[in-house]
Design a protein around this ligand. Structure first.
Ligand code: SF4
Length: 295
């Protein structure tokens, strides 16, 4: 039987509960008891699989859905909450990161704005050489000189994955105030493709009644750049829900699934040969798996 090419998530990662799964669950429990959690804002390290890194804890942009104000940080005023890449690297050396740990660069700022970009590039260079898989999400256009600076340090295919993030196209000027225009940031797809780097459209967060209005525009972008991996991602809320977000210790933010997400996924399914995901980490798992299979 032909494989359904549009399955959501898990296409490559869902396996029946096996001894391997049971072992993973068990080792996660052991890890949680043996290794202390790290949560400094700049670093969030809860289990060996993933670490979140921020070089600053505020943002100069004004996305209407920004959650920084709900978790002690700010996108309203300039603060001094920042660290250099060198300081962060030193801190990561004190904990037990290994080469299998996924490096997630973002969360509490735009990792490629003027303030963060030089530090982000240094972190990328460092972790590429450590063989870690790296993901970053951005609303800023990627420039060819940035790719030039790092591309020779990439150790294997799918090691570095850049998610181009967008929650709206038509209402960008009011909803994602101050960010690069969708047109500008989507230019990055062309460059990433030419540079043979993976490309991911990160439709996140899905904003009720808003993102869905632009779904045909997103389809045009997907077709224009032949994008195969798309995340239809969930907005966060402070209301208590089933699933907490993975980068904060306190139960401050949760995933708040919107019915629009399902509708958007169903519409996107009309495009041939695309993979639709709900979480960026699932994309990274898929790439990791592909890399293992290729070895
Ligand atoms: S880019 Fe991210 S951190 Fe900055 S205002 Fe927008 S949502 Fe907040």
């Amino acid at each position: 039987m032909e494989k359904d090419k549009n399955q959501i998530d898990g296409k490559y990662i869902k396996t029946p509960k096996s001894l391997k799964n049971l072992w993973e669950e068990f080792s996660k429990k052991i890890w949680k008891t043996a290794v202390p959690l790290v949560d400094t804002g700049y670093l969030y390290w809860e289990d060996k699989n993933r670490i979140f890194i921020n070089t600053s804890l505020w943002c100069e942009w004004k996305c209407s859905y920004c959650y920084l104000g709900k978790i002690w940080y700010s996108n309203k005023e300039i603060t001094e909450k920042k660290k250099t890449a060198e300081e962060i690297i030193q801190e990561t050396k004190k904990i037990w990161i290994w080469k299998d740990t996924l490096i997630s660069l973002w969360c509490f700022s735009e990792c490629r704005d003027e303030m963060n970009k030089p530090e982000t590039i240094k972190l990328i260079k460092y972790f590429l050489q450590q063989w870690n898989q790296i993901q970053l999400s951005t609303k800023k256009e990627i420039l060819s000189e940035e790719i030039e600076e790092i591309k020779n340090l990439i150790q294997y295919e799918w090691q570095l994955v850049i998610f181009i993030s967008s929650a709206t196209i038509s209402k960008w000027e009011t909803i994602e105030k101050g960010t690069d225009s969708p047109e500008k940031r989507f230019n990055s797809f062309k460059l990433l493709k030419e540079s043979k780097l993976p490309i991911v459209l990160y439709m996140k967060p899905i904003l009720k009644w808003k993102t869905i209005q632009d779904v045909q525009e997103y389809i045009k972008i997907i077709k224009k750049y032949n994008i195969q991996d798309i995340v239809v991602g969930t907005i966060f809320t402070t209301k208590i829900k089933k699933e907490k977000i993975p980068f904060l210790r306190n139960n401050k933010l949760f995933y708040n699934e919107e019915t629009d997400e399902e509708k958007i996924r169903n519409t996107l399914k009309s495009i041939k040969d695309i993979n639709i995901f709900t979480r960026s980490s699932h994309v990274m798992k898929k790439y990791k798996q592909k890399h293992k299979e290729k070895k």
